[in-house]
Design a protein around this ligand. Structure first.
Ligand code: GLC
Ligand code: CA
Length: 560
């Protein structure tokens, strides 16, 4: 790689997020500094040089707030503090300072749909009783039946089981997720005020942006008579659905935008909104609202040229309309890692695909081709990093980690697993196993006190220290790609170049960089362009790009 390739393109302070590579940290599983088996903020601080060497532009931290961990921290007991097991606010400040010194922005997670049942508001609501102001911050209802002994509706929670829970005095409260995650009432002004306070609290501490958890579910229309579950499922999600993606949710984000714009540069936000169409998603990404929204379309797509091309074209067109930039995601803490997804056999009679998850018929290991999965993951990641827009990466994917399937039922933590969630039967623990840092030693260097989820023996070969020393490793590939990416990202445009092959995609960026991905099995002849290849996940021999591979071709004059 020549020096000319390493010059960074400048982004202004206010637009850093538009084409950023954002690395998601799941704090409890990243690095454990005090050896209690749980990753912590000092652990992140001890690894800031690793993050800087990786070449990312920002980190997004999943919740590190006080929590009983009923849902991996997404059950927040206090929005303006650090869980004592993970450190202190001073530790947080030190981590932010260390990241900022290295040019890395910090994004934190805001969970506004529900609190933990241990949050002081919910405890107050329980104590204060029916009809109280404290109960009005949540969604309490009388039950049906003679003595109110039946839930107000037959609705199911996302993690399985009923969405209503009865409290001691006989009322029921609504929880879209786990029982320990009561939904807030966003018709209550106090709820609005409190979240504005939280956004200012973290912005004042230097946080650059926010990731908004289930941003599409906050507002609800629960006027009686409430529909049945079957009716609810039939209702269109057109902005008027009682629970999902309601138009009035954007009034909240307009308030938040005002707070974001009080800061210089303005704070950013990205919505986690699993909505039906790119058009609906664009509303969350508007400049008067959160500004950006996750697009999970690539994550849901198969490793398939036609699907990738359609998703890319549609989302780029859509982001033009909203004025935002597109986001891309292949893995996060909620889904099966993409190296594993791409190694599973094609769906057949005995396998069913549910959402983004592999399914049953003999278990997740059946028929998996790990090498193929990893090759394809590399190819898809290189393609993604070459696209206009921002890319979100999930801790461990830079080490080529596969999903960990070998977790005994008694060791699992995900509430979805215990409640028999329909959307993911095995649960999400397999992508949340603590990271391997060293090939040997206690918990592969995660910490001196073991790991809170079991690490498999094959983690040794994926340890960060092992991969850092190996130029052919996944880590080395990510490092090279993330460095070069600063050169490649220019205007948010791409132009498709026809390849004459339905299984090969090729596009050019306005500054002349080209990306070619071969989704097929037959090698693809790059001709004279092979000489311009500065990065690829598989070796180019005789000018041909093998199957399951992506090549980055630099514009003429940039390579010797
Ligand atoms: C989001 C989070 C997920 C969590 C859920 C409830 O989908 O990504 O991890 O369980 O919200 O907060
Ligand atoms: Ca710890």
């Amino acid at each position: 790689m020549t020096d000319a390739l390493l010059v960074e393109t400048p982004t202004t302070d206010a637009t850093w997020w538009r084409q950023a590579a954002v690395y998601q940290i799941y704090p409890r599983s990243f690095a454990d500094a005090n050896g209690d088996g749980i990753g912590d903020i000092p652990g992140i601080l001890s690894r800031v040089d690793y993050l800087a060497d990786l070449g990312i532009d920002a980190v997004w931290l999943s919740p590190f707030y006080p929590s009983a961990l009923a849902d991996g921290g997404y059950d927040v007991a206090d929005y303006r503090n650090v869980d004592p097991r993970l450190g202190t606010l001073e530790d947080f400040d030190a981590m932010v300072a260390a990241l900022h010194t290295r040019g890395i922005k910090v994004v934190v997670d805001i969970v506004p749909n529900h609190t933990s049942d241990l949050h002081e508001w919910f405890q107050e609501a329980l104590a204060a009783g029916r009809g109280s102001a404290a109960r009005d911050r949540y969604i309490f209802r009388e039950g049906r039946g003679e003595n109110g002994e039946e839930p107000p509706t037959d609705w199911e929670s996302v993690f399985g089981g009923p969405a209503w829970e009865r409290v001691e005095d006989g009322q029921w409260y609504f929880h879209n997720f786990a029982v320990e995650q009561p939904d807030l009432n966003w018709d209550n002004p106090e709820v609005h005020e409190d979240f504005l306070k939280t956004l200012r609290f973290w912005s004042d501490r230097g946080v650059d942006g926010f990731r908004i958890d289930v941003a599409h579910m906050l507002t609800k229309d629960l006027t009686d008579p409430l529909p049945s579950r079957a009716e609810l499922e039939r209702l269109p999600q057109d902005g008027k659905h009682p629970l999902i993606d309601r138009d009035d949710v954007h009034e909240i984000y307009a308030e938040w935008r005002k707070v974001f714009n009080e800061y210089q540069p303005p704070r950013t936000a990205v919505a986690e909104a699993w909505v039906k169409t790119p058009e609906r998603r664009a509303r969350y990404a508007s400049a008067e609202g959160l500004g950006q929204a996750f697009n999970f379309d690539l994550l849901i797509a198969d490793f398939d040229a036609t699907q990738f091309r359609t998703v890319i074209t549609e989302n780029l067109a859509q982001s033009k309309l909203s004025g935002s930039s597109t986001t891309w995601v292949l893995s996060n803490h909620d889904v099966t890692r993409h190296a594993t997804r791409y190694g599973l056999p094609p769906l057949n009679g005995s396998l069913v695909k549910q959402g983004t998850e592999w399914v049953e018929a003999g278990g997740p290991e059946e028929g998996i081709d790990r090498a193929q999965g990893l090759r394809r993951a590399h190819a898809a990641t290189l393609l993604m990093l070459g696209l206009p827009g921002s890319s979100y990466l999930y801790q461990g994917e830079e080490l080529g980690l596969h999903e960990v399937a070998e977790i005994a039922p008694e060791q699992r933590q995900d509430p979805g697993f215990f409640r028999g969630s329909e959307y993911d039967r095995l649960g999400r623990d397999g992508c949340r196993v603590p990271l391997p840092w060293t090939a040997d030693g206690e918990s592969f260097g995660f910490g001196a006190g073991g790991a809170h989820l079991p690490q498999p023996a094959w983690f040794a070969a994926h340890a960060a220290e092992v991969e850092a020393a190996d130029p052919a490793s996944t880590l080395s590939l990510y490092r090279q790609a993330l460095r070069l990416r600063h050169r490649l990202q220019s205007e948010e445009e791409l132009e498709w170049i026809e390849t004459g092959r339905p299984d090969v995609l090729r596009f050019a960026r306005p500054n002349g960089w080209q990306i070619v991905t071969n989704f097929g099995a037959e090698p693809f002849d790059l001709g004279a362009d092979a000489e311009g290849v500065v990065l690829s996940n598989l070796e180019i021999t005789g000018g041909a790009l093998p199957g399951d591979a992506t090549a980055w071709i630099a514009p003429a004059g940039l390579v010797d």
